[in-house]
Design a protein around this ligand. Structure first.
Ligand SMILES: Cc1cc2nc3c(=O)[nH]c(=O)nc-3n(C[C@H](O)[C@H](O)[C@H](O)COP(=O)(O)OP(=O)(O)OC[C@H]3O[C@@H](n4cnc5c(N)ncnc54)[C@H](O)[C@@H]3O)c2cc1C
Length: 397
């Protein structure tokens, strides 16, 4: 299926405004991330968000009624790509994971009370959130059916018990969307950060450092929640997880493509000014191949992103499109960062150089939001299914 992927003038204008904002206000402050332990302090986050508000680029994915720009998925493509050129961009513009995906899900299924209590302050950047799904082995990871955290009824209320890990932003989050097993499947619960039954055990020592609140182990011990804490309908958690993950992994691709463009920009600039063997590095064949392969990976990633965005905007589930896109982009971003580091020689390996930082930060993207192998498994199953129905796998229609 083909979609109209032309960028509208107002979207192009916003994307260029974001580019200028990132270049002038955000990139100069990147050094402050290097000196941080993990993530941004609440004050630093607030300052960056104020700057984004003043520049008119705050909350691009949030509906207009809630104070955002109300972009559809195709319009998000260029805007989030520009935003992702700095690892600080998504936080500044309030479109970072996991808040962005949580806002999109709440917008779809929250009750009016839940909207007022959780969605509105999340959209305005007043609060932060997390999404609690993954558990240590033998619990849910690549295979969500292994979900072990349980919610059991106590009269009209619920008690959640279990242990989660790698929960991004959990330390300091004002609430979490928690997946727990219930009698008829899985259910999502909204758990407030100050609920005494939910405890952040510790931040994990992950290799990245750009996410507010880090990635945490979270324990649920007789965590008491009431019926209105259920997000959406009882037992429909797995369905909602799919609803959240498709668009959320696409916005991840958009942001990481921006980061890949940034390292390519830096490597190209280095190759132009660096002289060796009586020539510019940029004019040496093996360097040209790396620069060209970066361009190819960027162009292919962008087309896959925009195509999947078109499918979502057309009201399709776009599961295959987002899986193909996520697998390709996550791997392409790492290839681009790796080539760019090679082009920059020793300087690119310095941990306070944006190339090294982005190479380190982007590696985990091949694991979260579905490891490449899980996506390849579901893409292959889809192809076999279509072929068994007499359709052509890989068809353009
Ligand atoms: C930085 C970071 C942030 C994260 N943030 C969150 C978060 O906010 N909330 C949350 O709930 N989770 C989060 N996660 C967890 C993430 O979603 C899981 O790590 C991921 O789903 C993989 O699960 P696992 O770690 O248990 O690995 P496992 O399930 O043990 O998988 C291990 C490996 O098995 C391989 N594999 C999987 N399936 C197949 C297959 N079919 N065939 C062959 N090989 C296969 C893959 O290479 C995979 O990496 C985050 C993870 C990281 C690293």
């Amino acid at each position: 299926m083909t979609f109209d992927l032309r960028i509208q003038p107002d979207v192009a204008e916003l994307a260029l405004r974001v580019r200028a904002f990132i270049d002038t206000e955000i990139i100069p402050r990147e050094g402050e991330l290097e000196s941080a332990d993990h993530g941004l302090s609440p004050e630093f986050r607030r300052e960056l968000q104020e700057a984004a508000r003043a520049a008119g680029v705050f909350a691009p994915t949030v509906p207009v009624a809630l104070g955002g720009h109300g972009l559809d998925h195709r319009a998000m493509g260029p805007v989030l790509e520009e935003c992702g050129r700095s690892l600080l961009g998504p936080v500044a513009m309030n479109c970072s994971a996991p808040d962005e995906g949580n806002m999109a899900l709440l917008e779809l299924i929250a009750t009016p009370e839940q909207r007022e209590h959780y969605l509105e302050p999340l959209c305005s950047g007043t609060i932060r959130s997390s999404f609690s799904m993954t558990e240590p082995a033998p619990g849910a990871g690549s295979d969500p059916r292994l979900l072990a955290t349980e919610a059991t009824r106590r009269g009209d209320d619920w008690l959640i018990n279990g242990r989660k890990w790698f929960i991004t932003g959990a330390d300091g989050a004002d609430f979490s969307i928690v997946m727990a097993r219930t009698e008829g499947g899985a259910t999502m619960f909204l758990v407030d950060g100050d609920n005494p039954g939910m405890r952040v055990e510790k931040r994990l020592p992950t290799m990245d450092k750009a996410f507010s609140g880090g990635h945490c182990i979270v324990e649920f011990t007789n965590c008491h929640v009431t019926e209105p804490s259920i997000l959406g309908e009882l037992d429909k958690g797995f369905e909602y997880a799919q609803l959240r993950l498709g668009p959320a992994r696409l916005t991840h691709c958009m942001r990481w493509l921006g980061a890949a463009r940034r390292v390519h920009e830096l490597a190209t600039a280095y190759a132009i000014q660096r002289r060796m063997f009586d020539d510019r590095l940029a004019d040496l064949g093996m360097a040209q191949q790396m620069l060209a392969d970066n361009e190819i990976d960027i162009a292919a990633s962008r087309q896959l992103i925009w195509n999947a965005a078109g499918a979502l905007d057309a009201g399709l589930s776009a599961r295959t499109e987002t899986s193909i896109c996520k697998t390709f982009v996550a791997e392409a971003v790492f290839r681009i960062a790796d080539r760019s580091m090679q082009l920059c020689g020793g300087s690119g390996t310095l941990t306070d150089h944006p190339i090294a930082r982005i190479l380190i930060e982007s590696r985990a993207f091949r694991i979260y939001d579905g490891p490449s192998e899980v996506h390849r498994m579901s893409i292959a199953k889809g192809a076999v299914r279509r072929s068994s129905r007499g359709e052509l796998p890989g068809d353009w229609q």
